[in-house]
Ligand binder design. Structure first.
Ligand SMILES: *[C@@H]1O[C@H](CO)[C@@H](O)[C@H](O)[C@H]1NC(C)=O
Ligand SMILES: *[C@@H]1O[C@H](CO)[C@@H](O)[C@H](O)[C@H]1NC(C)=O
Ligand SMILES: *[C@@H]1O[C@H](CO)[C@@H](O)[C@H](O)[C@H]1NC(C)=O
Ligand SMILES: *[C@@H]1O[C@H](CO)[C@@H](O)[C@H](O)[C@H]1NC(C)=O
Ligand SMILES: *[C@@H]1O[C@H](CO)[C@@H](O)[C@H](O)[C@H]1NC(C)=O
Length: 390
């Protein structure tokens, strides 16, 4: 079984005031055609980060250090109980900071940290938390969860939450989905690192589902599947300064399996480096579905792709993807042959675009359908298999 190691620095701050104006800012940000607005928003975003920095979050806080509860931090002693006790204290104390200090390795069994907690709990995990190798110390009912934050955040899942900030989380060799953001609104993820072996199947780095107003910033992801995957019900997702590789790339989808409906809108990838990804940038939908994908922007993306189709916009025949905007893209392959694949995808590129994305150049639905027919011969059944990945 995978040896699991998690280095966590997790900062979860349900700051109400910050959460309130965050969506408004984001809305203006994602007016993709209006790039001036976008530039302004970047600066706003940086200011907000400063506001949310640890120093300001720490003022008037009650520090709850796991070491004060008998945690040893030698990587061998069982620190599970110390963590549980520290959690109880922190969770029940308003404005507390649960601190896992840096420089040590804490061995912790699969543990549920239950909420709800008192107001303004901050979880600041700077040290390394080590998972046991022994499968029996895992919860047999839920072997995929190691550290679960219930009614707060679940494992490294942020579920049904709003106004959450996660900062400096590092996940190594997680199983299945490494970090899931689901059914949440206003989530900001900063300085997160995810690494799983290249040969680990179905291990997406960061998976976003049914969530709105999510910002991923300064994230480094290396995994065996998509570095980032965004699926149904996700709107206003901004990814900035993303390093991906190895991995399949950055994907929207899969969507529309068994002709299911779905919608993904307002996605911005700004400044990304893809190293040796198998697929680069992708939109994956089932061709016969009617999923709606629009307002997707990829900007300042460089790096390498292992497959020829470094960009792939595979959209539904009946509901084309619209407003896909590319700006300054440079994706290469070692033999120099890269291309963009489009099916029923409308949008445009400007600035340097490599591989060229002329297949996007029309926003006219009929023309797109014509192009689709031209490329249909290339659309073999393996294409459909590719759509089933995830
Ligand atoms: C952690 O798991 C080990 C191995 O199953 C077990 O011996 C130990 O009691 C567990 N620790 C706690 C605090 O439950
Ligand atoms: C979550 O917390 C609420 C109280 O705020 C409680 O009613 C509910 O049962 C909790 N849910 C779980 C799954 O523990
Ligand atoms: C996709 O998401 C939308 C909006 O959240 C929802 O109404 C719809 O039922 C979802 N579709 C599927 C197949 O889950
Ligand atoms: C999906 O819809 C297409 C066209 O409407 C139809 O041919 C196909 O059988 C449907 N597939 C499923 C799995 O329902
Ligand atoms: C995006 O790329 C362009 C051209 O390479 C460069 O001039 C610009 O500074 C880049 N923007 C950012 C935010 O890196």
């Amino acid at each position: 079984m995978n040896k699991l190691l998690i280095f966590l620095v997790l900062l979860s701050v349900p700051l109400r005031s910050a959460g309130k104006d965050f969506p408004d800012r984001f809305d203006s940000f994602t007016k993709l055609q209006d790039l001036e607005v976008e530039e302004e928003e970047e600066e706003d975003g940086d200011n907000e980060l400063e506001v949310l920095s640890w120093e300001s979050a720490r003022s008037n806080k009650v520090l709850v250090n796991v070491d004060g509860f008998g945690a040893v931090g030698d990587g061998v002693s069982d620190d599970s109980q110390a963590f549980v006790n520290a959690w109880k204290q922190a969770c029940s104390t308003p404005k507390s900071v649960l601190l896992v200090p840096e420089g040590r390795r804490y061995l912790v069994n699969a543990t549920r940290f239950k909420g709800p907690c008192a107001d303004k709990l901050v979880i600041q995990i700077e040290g390394t938390i080590v998972a046991p190798d022994e499968p029996k110390s895992w919860d047999p009912k839920n072997p995929r969860n190691w550290l679960s934050f219930y009614n707060l955040t679940k494992a490294v899942t942020i579920d049904s939450s709003s106004a959450i900030r996660v900062k400096g989380l590092t996940i190594q060799n997680g199983q299945q989905m490494n970090f899931v953001i689901g059914r949440s609104d206003s989530v900001r993820v900063i300085d997160v690192k995810v690494s799983a072996p290249e040969d680990s199947p179905n291990t997406d780095g960061i998976h976003i589902t049914d969530s709105t107003n999510v910002v991923l910033q300064n994230c480094r992801i290396g995994t065996g599947d998509d570095c980032i995957s965004i699926v149904n019900g996700s709107t206003s997702i901004k990814m900035k300064n993303i390093y991906c590789g190895p991995g399949h790339g950055i994907s929207i989808g899969s969507l529309g399996k068994d002709n299911s409906t779905g919608i993904v809108e307002k996605i911005v990838l700004d400044k990304a480096f893809l190293r040796g990804t198998t697929n680069g940038l992708r939109i994956k939908t089932w061709q016969t579905s009617a999923v709606e994908i629009s307002q997707i922007m990829y900007r300042n993306v460089t790096g390498t792709s292992k497959s020829q189709k470094a960009m792939k916009f595979a959209c539904s025949d009946t509901v084309p993807c619209t407003h896909i905007v590319l700006n300054n893209i440079n994706l290469q392959r070692s033999d120099g042959t890269v291309e963009t694949y489009c099916n029923s995808a409308a949008g445009f590129g400007y600035g340097y675009i490599q591989p060229s994305a002329e297949c996007l150049s029309s926003s006219d639905k009929d023309k797109i359908i014509m192009q689709k027919k031209e490329t249909e011969t290339a659309q073999t059944s393996t294409e459909h298999l590719i759509h089933t990945e995830l």
